[in-house]
Ligand binder design. Structure first.
Ligand SMILES: NC(=O)c1ccc[n+]([C@@H]2O[C@H](COP(=O)([O-])OP(=O)(O)OC[C@H]3O[C@@H](n4cnc5c(N)ncnc54)[C@H](OP(=O)(O)O)[C@@H]3O)[C@@H](O)[C@H]2O)c1
Length: 243
């Protein structure tokens, strides 16, 4: 009989998602992941579009639940970045970002929650960003507000789950060396430049996945940002002021 713990990574083919995959496999988890546009593995890899209707999201998750089962650990490591001043942001980009970065993750958690509650166990972890605790990067108001939303959502959900055996936490990493800017929408060239400017001080994806998994057993709901990430953002990025 296979007694391995099961983990489902939403966005498992992204840069951070892949780091989670290898960190979890090292920790002896049986891992299943979702992709949206880039399928990378034939095994335990399922299509999911977070920017689709509730019905379609539920249909995709139903396939995962039927084939893989209800995971012990659900990690939301997907996301998109929208870089543009608000007055240049199209409604399409706005809707897409909120769907992928906030509403989609909430729907995924809502889908699995009844199964976790019935089983009286389950760990939910959502990757937000440093932008979810400090609005540090200009021209990212939609991304930032989605990430703030995720932090508020998980902090509130965690209190709702007290005594149920189900835990929820959210992490707010600072910069990570990933493909996020290449996959961004809006003025992606400027975000790429931003990553080139500060990227040397960013964390490697596997540092972040390891740190998060190490902290999952602790009772903390809000994980990160690291001190070095906080310092980088506080020291270098534009501070808003009234003029
Ligand atoms: N990079 C950073 O500096 C940084 C810092 C803090 C937090 N984060 C957060 O870390 C998380 C992972 O991002 P990353 O840096 O690893 O970027 P990434 O390499 O671009 O990965 C993004 C992931 O999200 C998935 N995704 C995109 N659109 C989707 C959609 N419509 N439906 C379902 N999945 C979708 C992608 O799947 P496909 O490839 O198949 O489209 C991919 O798996 C994000 O939440 C990001 O905000 C990143």
């Amino acid at each position: 009989m296979n007694n391995k713990m099961k983990a489902l990574i939403i966005g498992g083919n992204g840069s951070l998602g892949k780091a989670f995959q290898s960190s979890l496999e090292k920790r002896n988890y049986e891992v299943c992941n979702t992709y949206h546009s880039n399928k990378i593995s034939e095994n335990n890899s399922y299509s999911l579009d977070l920017d689709s209707s509730e019905l379609e999201i539920d249909k995709s998750l139903e396939i995962i639940r039927n084939n893989f089962g209800v995971p012990d650990l659900l990690i939301i490591a997907s996301g998109t970045a929208c870089y543009n001043p608000l007055n240049k942001t199209s409604n399409e980009d706005l809707n897409h970002t909120y769907n992928v970065d906030l509403i989609g993750p909430v729907r995924v958690i809502k889908y699995f929650l009844p199964y976790f509650l019935e089983r009286k166990s389950g760990i939910i972890h959502v990757v937000s960003a440093i932008a979810g605790v400090m609005p540090a990067v200009k021209n990212m108001s939609i991304y930032t507000s989605a990430k703030f939303g995720l932090v508020g959502f998980v902090r509130s959900l965690a209190t709702e789950l007290i005594g149920t055996g189900v835990k929820a936490s959210v992490s707010c990493p600072g910069g990570i060396k990933t493909n996020l800017p290449d996959n961004a929408i809006g003025d992606k060239e400027s975000l790429i430049k931003f990553f080139q400017q500060y990227g040397k001080s960013f964390h490697e994806p596997n540092e972040i996945s390891e740190l998060i998994l190490d902290k999952l057993d602790a009772r903390e709901v809000l994980i990160f940002p690291t001190e070095s990430a906080k310092k980088l953002f506080e020291d270098n990025l534009a501070k808003p002021f009234w003029t």
